[in-house]
Write a protein that binds this ligand. Structure first.
Ligand SMILES: Cc1cc2nc3c(=O)[nH]c(=O)nc-3n(C[C@H](O)[C@H](O)[C@H](O)COP(=O)(O)OP(=O)(O)OC[C@H]3O[C@@H](n4cnc5c(N)ncnc54)[C@H](O)[C@@H]3O)c2cc1C
Ligand SMILES: *[C@@H]1O[C@H](CO)[C@@H](O)[C@H](O)[C@H]1NC(C)=O
Ligand SMILES: *[C@@H]1O[C@H](CO)[C@@H](O)[C@H](O)[C@H]1NC(C)=O
Ligand SMILES: *[C@@H]1O[C@H](CO)[C@@H](O)[C@H](O)[C@H]1NC(C)=O
Ligand SMILES: *[C@@H]1O[C@H](CO)[C@@H](O)[C@H](O)[C@H]1NC(C)=O
Ligand SMILES: *[C@@H]1O[C@H](CO)[C@@H](O)[C@H](O)[C@H]1NC(C)=O
Length: 487
């Protein structure tokens, strides 16, 4: 305790003199890095430019990477408490990074102190309660692999490399969402370090308002160190990916037929309508999933009959399944979204037209262009599995998220892509409204929404309550020093 106080006092006096409160310079950040290095236990380390520093700042979208002043890999929740107190007292900007998959710039990156959660990589299964403790530094691949020996799994990511932390703190759409709900609906509790440095456990009975807030409310209340999740029995699943081109009518017919006839909650699809300038074609990738080693006869036949450029579908582990979905990397990137009530043929036509229109419009002058529109059909019952959460603000209507993903090579094109994505979402929203869908105020999924979307458009009527919870747990606005959706 004395040890921490000493460094806090040192920091306060140093920064009081330099007069850098609220406007840290690179030099002052380095002094903070030193103070952190001295305050933390031997389980944690601070890094400067070099290997570890580079991987701590790494982001899936190149445009989301920022070179921080230093990185810190905390090894314990207590050390995170010490770090937050130093950052808070000195008003130093910081980032909290799970696996760096956000495409919004500054949401998990900083010019100040980057906190990379990688060392908190526990995956512990308790056979008595069937609950898994998942450290906040895990990617889903490692979670699935860690649980596999016990023949159990969880409701998590659909492609390789995604952080369990950001995915869960935003809600979490999984291949198992029809069966068990969003990932947050399977969370029984979170371990969290509050900005004052205290480590608490939040669940439905203790710190229940904090628990509510964390289920969709990201980094507003503190740093989450572990997720406690329900598991279910699982050995092998069935599925994978199919990539096609030139057969849009057949793809759309298969998607609509699946959406309107399949009510088995163990089944799911993830259709994406793409344009890839590296191969110069409009392609369609379909993720297929059934939560058993074999699907019922006939259920996926329309998809399996499509002439495929690549077909990678089999009975396999969940880990193998998520690595079978190809995703381009190494480019700049952005996500955006709208929420539907229902999927129609006219809407899918409009999506296909968007991929064609924007690829024709942009590809001549946007090097590296990749365009992808995910259509995510879920059963209308999928929000019935959980309890109230920061997101979605209402569980009355099951929303179907549409995810736009654009990638490109040059920073000079950042602004135009941001504008095009916003315009495309507005256009598709009008298309859905014109066909009678009441989606003008349908909440957007915060893990897909592009920077600049107002809080109300995602959290709706929950915004006031979330602001109140934030003020309760973070009265000094320490978490305001890090980026993201801010209450
Ligand atoms: C290829 C790809 C596929 C995707 N597929 C899906 C999908 O199938 N379903 C879905 O729902 N989403 C999906 N997403 C979106 C994904 O859920 C978000 O990008 C998510 O935030 C990633 O989590 P992360 O830990 O990797 O991100 P990060 O960028 O590390 O973090 C995202 C946000 O969470 C905060 N955060 C992270 N860790 C902590 C912590 N321990 N405590 C407090 N705050 C923290 C960060 O500060 C940041 O604001 C996908 C994204 C990509 C790029
Ligand atoms: C970060 O620093 C490295 C090494 O100096 C440099 O190559 C890289 O371009 C920098 N990245 C950003 C995003 O500034
Ligand atoms: C998991 O399942 C496999 C294959 O069915 C079996 O051989 C193994 O004993 C099981 N392990 C446990 C811990 O139940
Ligand atoms: C299928 O996916 C697996 C990963 O699960 C990968 O190793 C393999 O190369 C893929 N096969 C094809 C043909 O793409
Ligand atoms: C195709 O998309 C563009 C851009 O959103 C739109 O202006 C145009 O009207 C659409 N065309 C058709 C046939 O839907
Ligand atoms: C993308 O950036 C390049 C380089 O500055 C520029 O020539 C091109 O016109 C930009 N494309 C668009 C669509 O703005």
């Amino acid at each position: 305790m004395l040890h921490i106080l000493k460094y806090l006092l040192l920091s306060i006096s140093t920064f009081g003199c330099l007069g850098v409160r609220g406007s840290g310079t690179h030099h002052s950040h380095l002094t903070i890095c030193n103070a952190i290095a001295q305050a933390v236990s031997t389980k944690s380390s601070v890094f400067y430019p070099g290997n570890q520093y580079t991987s701590d700042n790494y982001h899936w979208a190149v445009s989301s990477t920022i070179n921080s002043s230093c990185t810190v890999e905390p090894g314990t929740a207590e050390d995170i408490g010490k770090i937050l107190r130093i950052l808070g007292v000195t008003r130093t900007p910081f980032g909290v990074r799970g696996a760096g998959h956000t495409s919004n710039v500054g949401f998990s990156a900083t010019t100040g102190v980057q906190i990379a959660m990688t060392r908190l990589d526990e995956v512990i299964y308790d056979a008595k309660t069937s609950i898994a403790k998942i450290g906040a530094g895990n990617v889903w691949d490692d979670v699935y692999e860690g649980l596999q020996p016990f023949n159990v799994s969880v409701v998590g990511g659909r492609v390789s490399g995604i952080g369990a932390a950001g995915f869960t703190l935003g809600g979490g759409y999984s291949y198992k969402t029809n069966e068990y709900g969003l990932t947050i609906d399977t969370v029984t509790g979170f371990e969290v370090v509050l900005p004052i440095g205290e480590v608490v456990f939040a669940d439905a009975t203790q710190y229940s308002d904090l628990f509510f807030g964390l289920k969709g409310g990201f980094n507003n209340f503190g740093v989450m160190t572990a997720i406690y999740m329900k598991t279910h029995a699982e050995t092998f699943v069935w599925g994978g990916s199919i990539t096609t081109t030139g057969v849009d009518e057949a793809v759309m017919a298969a998607v609509l037929n699946f959406y309107s006839t399949v009510t088995d909650p163990k089944a799911a699809i993830l259709p994406t309508f793409n344009y890839d300038s590296s191969i110069g074609i409009v392609s369609r990738s379909l993720g297929l999933f059934y939560h058993a080693p074999e699907p019922p006869q006939g259920m996926f036949d329309d998809f399996l009959a499509l002439p495929a450029l690549v077909q990678n579908v089999s009975t396999r582990s969940l880990l193998s399944l998520i690595t079978a979905f190809p995703e381009p990397t190494g480019l700049r990137g952005a996500f955006h979204t709208l929420s539907l009530h229902t999927l129609s043929s006219a809407f899918l036509d409009a999506v296909v037209n968007e991929t064609q229109f924007w690829s024709t419009q942009l590809s001549p002058s946007v090097p590296g262009l990749f365009i992808s529109y995910d259509v995510e059909p879920f059963l209308s019952s999928y929000l019935s599995h959980g309890s109230p959460s920061a997101w979605p603000p209402s569980r009355e209507i099951a929303l179907l998220p549409i995810n736009l993903y654009f990638a490109w090579a040059l920073p000079e094109n950042d602004t135009v892509i941001h504008e095009v994505m916003t315009q495309s979402v507005d256009y598709l929203t009008e298309v859905a409204i014109a066909e009678g869908q009441d989606i003008a105020d349908a909440p957007l999924y915060p893990n897909y929404a592009i920077s600049g979307v107002p809080l109300e458009d995602m959290y709706g009527q929950n915004v006031e309550r979330l602001k109140h919870i934030k003020a309760t747990y973070d009265p000094a606005n320490v978490m305001g020093l890090t980026g993201g959706w801010k209450f």
